[in-house]
Design a protein around this ligand. Structure first.
Ligand SMILES: [Zn+2]
Length: 249
């Protein structure tokens, strides 16, 4: 190679290195004759230095990325005509939180399987209304599902992991509760007529914040006043208590 050609060749090598790839061809014969290149994934292709300098890189990776992107879009589209674009009420429940509070309220009732879902169903769910209902619960509370099983408009998220299985310490579900709520609020903000959050811990506040940001009326569904986060209660438009206690010792 001539001295000037050698300089250009080195420059092309630098570009390839920057892309974590390699210039395979060992000589340079002009800007418009194709050289062989390899990307970091090991794809090889031929391209002119002129194109590479302009910013072109691996065509195989480009196709893969486009496919991946289309897949993601298709996945999202799968949700789109929810209730045919009509308004709906969104419910998201932290079952762990509600059951824990119920156990406190109905203390001494033995080890029967406790669940607020029968009462929630009676009070809130209505087949004539458009309602999307999401439940998050740890594995040991999966029995609550019997009352309201999965369907087109009822989604259960069951957390199967334990922190410490010997001590029966399950992983909390407040994170999935917030993640699910925020996802649906952001995706369907113009369709959601009301947002109901079932739970009474401050950890859930981000879901309320998101609904408020989108000006969606928000109702908190709490088991009782016991352990009800005042901050959370003050953030929502309305707090509804499932079990008003006449006598709390
Ligand atoms: Zn590639």
């Amino acid at each position: 190679m001539r001295k000037d050609e050698n300089l250009i060749y080195q420059n092309l090598q630098k570009i390839a290195n920057k892309m974590d790839g390699t210039l395979i061809s060992t000589s340079f014969t002009g800007d418009f004759s194709k050289l062989l290149w390899e990307c970091k994934k090991g794809h090889r292709w031929e391209q002119t230095p002129a194109h590479i300098k302009r910013g072109d890189w691996c065509p195989h990776c480009r196709v893969q990325e486009r496919r991946q992107k289309n897949k993601l879009l298709a996945k999202r589209k799968h949700y789109t005509p929810l209730f045919n674009g009509k308004k709906f009420e969104l419910f998201v429940f932290d079952i762990n939180n509600l059951v824990k509070r119920m156990e406190e309220v109905f203390n001494g009732s033995g080890h029967r399987k406790i669940s607020p879902l029968k009462d929630i169903k009676k009070k809130y769910f209505n087949d004539d209304k458009n309602q999307l209902i999401i439940f998050c619960a740890s594995k040991h509370l999966e029995y609550c599902k019997e009352e309201i099983p999965d369907s087109d408009t009822v989604l259960w998220y069951i957390e199967e992991k334990y922190k410490e299985i010997k001590e029966n310490q399950y992983v909390d579900v407040d994170c999935p509760v917030v993640a699910e709520a925020v996802y649906f609020i952001r995706t369907y903000e113009s369709q959601i007529s009301k947002f109901y959050l079932g739970g009474q811990d401050i950890d859930l506040n981000f879901a309320v914040k998101e609904a408020k940001k989108k000006k969606i009326p928000t109702t908190l569904i709490a088991v009782s006043n016991l352990g009800l986060s005042r901050t959370l209660s003050e953030m929502v438009d309305k707090t509804e208590i499932l079990y008003e206690l006449k006598s709390v010792r």
